[in-house]
Write a protein that binds this ligand. Structure first.
Ligand SMILES: *Cc1c(COP(=O)(O)O)cnc(C)c1O
Length: 407
């Protein structure tokens, strides 16, 4: 006699009726001003519609150019640039799982949600992870970091350049890397949020692995990421005796595709083409001009938000420009604000993992003046609609003043 569970599993699955995307997507695309994904330029969107042979001659040329452009963006001469099919977290896991294993001593400087993820990944590969817990809205002092390095004698130090969750900027990154280097440790930097939005000089600062995603500073699509290893890091990758348990993320296997025109897994060709275009646009703009655009737009946004009468979350000295955190006035929740601004003004912004803030991104295409005006206006109107007293004209005026003065 069939049991009820075998009846269930043998039942035919009927063909479902679902709605088309046209029915699901809003009539007017939402302006993506949150903490990523960010708007993509037309050239990136177009590239993302194309599929080509993942092992053909065109792809070989595309990969070669992606690596060349990525070296400029990472500011490294290292050969060891690779792409990753996956989110920024996959690039992170590629860095951690190739460089750390059972018993590796790893020091993780934890400024928040994302930098804490590197520690978690270290623990999962069996590393002996010690965590330097940094108080919210601040950075660790160089003395504290030097002391932790002396105490823990890490083989690997992990640190985030911009902690997107609480909008804190590790502005002493160069000095942190130097401290780790001097103690013989390899330095892994999470630049998922910040790459191409602010200076990062992989070689000059002595960084051994830099990770980034597509959907933030680079203004590409989510799901295809980049990683760069220094020669020293690559030596460690090649010198390990136990193979990486993550087959897809094994850097030695990825070398087949990214350096030897061979097969590892079928690359996300459309996403790689999109990334190619995103990098090409960075090169066309130049890093100097791109950094200046981000700085100018973010500071203007901060001026506008402050003039509305709202408070910024991170103190000035360690405030991230790439994502701006704004305190949510008492009586409101971040969810209320995000839902209202999206529904009423077609502008998407982000909450932040339980913190009492909303976040507005200033990454890549988000840093355009027209997007800023729409966003500051929509945020101000949202506050008015939700019963918070703000000075909307003052906010828009401050934004205009900052942009036209270009400070
Ligand atoms: C977004 C982000 C990540 C995670 O990237 P995913 O693409 O969501 O995996 C990691 N670190 C930082 C600093 C980020 O901003």
């Amino acid at each position: 006699m069939p049991t009820s569970s075998s009846k269930l599993t043998s039942a035919v699955v009927p063909c479902p009726a679902v709605e088309s995307l046209d029915a699901i997507l809003p009539e007017e695309p939402l302006l993506m001003m949150g903490a990523g994904p960010v708007p993509i330029p037309a050239a990136v969107a177009k590239a993302n519609t194309i599929v080509i042979n993942h092992l053909g001659a065109t792809m070989v040329k595309v990969i070669s150019q992606v690596k060349t452009m990525a070296r400029y963006v990472f500011q490294t001469h290292s050969k060891w640039v690779l792409g990753v099919a996956g989110p920024g977290s996959a690039a992170m896991e590629m860095a951690i799982s190739n460089l750390a294993w059972e018993g590796t001593r790893m020091l993780s400087i934890k400024n928040g949600f994302f930098s804490g993820r590197m520690a978690e990944m270290g623990r999962r590969v069996g590393a002996r992870v010690s965590t330097l817990e940094v108080a919210d809205r601040s950075v660790a002092s160089l003395d504290e970091i030097a002391e932790a390095i002396r105490r823990e004698r890490p083989e690997i130090v992990t640190v985030v350049q911009g902690e997107t969750s609480n909008t804190v900027w590790n502005y002493q990154l160069k000095d942190i890397a130097a401290l780790a280097k001097a103690a013989g440790a390899l330095v892994i930097v999470d630049a998922v949020c910040t790459l191409s939005t602010m200076p990062l000089a992989m070689d000059a600062w002595g960084i051994d692995a830099v990770i980034t995603g597509g959907q933030k500073g680079l203004s590409s699509i989510p799901g295809v990421s980049l990683i760069a290893f220094s020669d020293a890091a690559w030596e460690r990758v090649k010198g390990r005796t136990a193979p990486n348990a993550h087959w897809c993320l094994d850097a030695s296997l990825a070398e087949n595709f990214w350096h030897n025109a061979g097969y590892h897994y079928t690359a996300p060709v459309s996403g790689v083409l999109a990334l190619h275009e995103a990098l090409r646009l960075v090169c066309a703009e130049t890093l100097e001009k791109r950094f200046a655009r981000h700085q100018k737009c973010s500071v203007a946004l901060q001026d506008g938000v402050t003039a509305l009468g709202l408070q910024l979350y991170a103190p000035k000295e360690c405030r991230l420009n790439s994502v701006v955190g704004i305190e949510v006035p008492a009586g409101l929740s971040p969810g209320d604000v995000c839902a209202h601004i999206s529904r009423q003004h077609q502008v998407e912004i982000s909450g932040s993992f339980g913190l009492p803030i909303v976040r507005i991104g200033q990454m890549g295409e988000q840093c355009r003046e027209h997007n800023l005006f729409r966003t500051v206006h929509a945020l101000g109107r949202t506050m008015v609609d939700l019963g918070v007293k703000v000075d909307l004209p003052a906010g828009v005026a401050a934004l205009e003043r900052a942009l036209s003065e270009g400070k």
